[in-house]
Design a protein around this ligand. Sequence first.
Ligand code: AMP
Ligand code: ZN
Length: 470
Amino acid sequence: MISLYNTLYRKKESFAPIIEHAVSMYHCGPTVYNYAHIGNLRAYVFADILRRMFEYEGYAVHQVVNITDVGHLTSDQDAGEDKIEAGARREGKTAREIAKFYTDAFLADIDALNIKRADKYPKATEHIPEQIALIQKLETGGHTYRTSDGIYFDTSTFPAYGKLAQLDIEGLKEGARIEKNPEKRNAADFALWKFSPKDGAKREQEWESPWGLGFPGWHIECSAMSMKYLGETFDIHTGGIDHIPVHHTNEIAQSESATGKPFVHYWMHSGFVNISGGKMAKSEENFIRLKTLVEKGFSPLSYRYWLLTAHYSKMITFSEEAVRGAQTALGKLYTAIASYKNGGSINASYQKKFVGTVTEDLNTPQAIALVWELVKDDSVSPADKKATLVDFDRVLGLDLENAKEHTAAEPIPDEIQKLTEERESARASGDFARADEIRKKIADLGYEINDTPTGPSIKKIHLDVGRPSE
Ligand code: AMP
Ligand code: ZN
């Protein structure tokens, strides 16, 4: 039995799929106007563990992650600037260029964290007709109205509005007195389509629609694309907890008003990664990237390990000490596994316990504890330990099978570490000539760099194997 915490009912429920042995999942994806920070990435490590758990349990998984490349305004409400347009201006590039650049950077981070690629990463800008069609459906059903700046969803036409967030609608009405947009009928109403500004400032990304030139609101893209690829009702929708009161609440309102069917059966939300001193947000300049961690000598998989030591739903506070602790633990685990022989078989009793923990709302802290219990258990043969841990790793995704490759036989000298970091920053800034030069220098000093999905790996060149050709 798989038990999942469903935000919709604020309790754990046993999972019942729409189609037997299959699960459809939609995860709110990145807004590609900047790099993802390590907090954002937690949302996708969580989605990956969820997916892997289902696969482990024999489900066919259908997974979609959207790419928000238009319409997400600087406030999650309907005010402020389009983040993509602002990002493009900041960098002197086109909206398309920055969206492509940060989408690629996002996917590189996903690979580095050993997150399996979703089946689809649909872009909002490539689904404008679907979004227009959905808004038209809402218009026909009497759920919309027009203001001077766009087409809005009238939340009073959807009696269940706010059920996910358990919003106090009466309270919201009270709050309406201080509402900034006086044309909104209800405080919680939100934009489905926004008109391009009429005064001078030209938008880069805008489209013709039955209501005039403009662009879709942020929420409608997720309803349109999830229903296009997963059907009008699908199994699981995830995102960070910040999405509960506005974004996911609005997705439910517009999807269910359009179809008259339940939109999603299980809503799951991952907790925030904070840093001491407060929130980490892309719009604040205090965010930490995965690359920042790599430059400090942490492997992406040690960040993944650190995330697994906390339950996905809990808020966690990042510190270098915490991830260093995780890196040390993971290093010990790799060393232990590297010493085990192949050819063992899975220990059934440990496997049963493991399944029990991960199917119980993804209890990864307990799964990690079980890993260590097994490593320390003298009654299990090393070969069986290895077979069992590699089996668990189908869910954990720590690349335990290749433990040997993660254990550095000899420490890498500081000089080589420093050159590697220099080469990384040269690569990041697109200076590939310089990066190649540094690689040669490193080779001359007797070390070889290999770029792996989890960052550069450095190896001493052994003369008996011969110098690797460039
Ligand atoms: P965004 O790219 O801003 O649209 O957000 C991508 C995902 O990251 C969403 O699921 C957010 O809920 C989530 N998120 C944003 N900030 C944090 C944070 N500090 N910690 C964890 N998740 C976050
Ligand atoms: Zn979304």
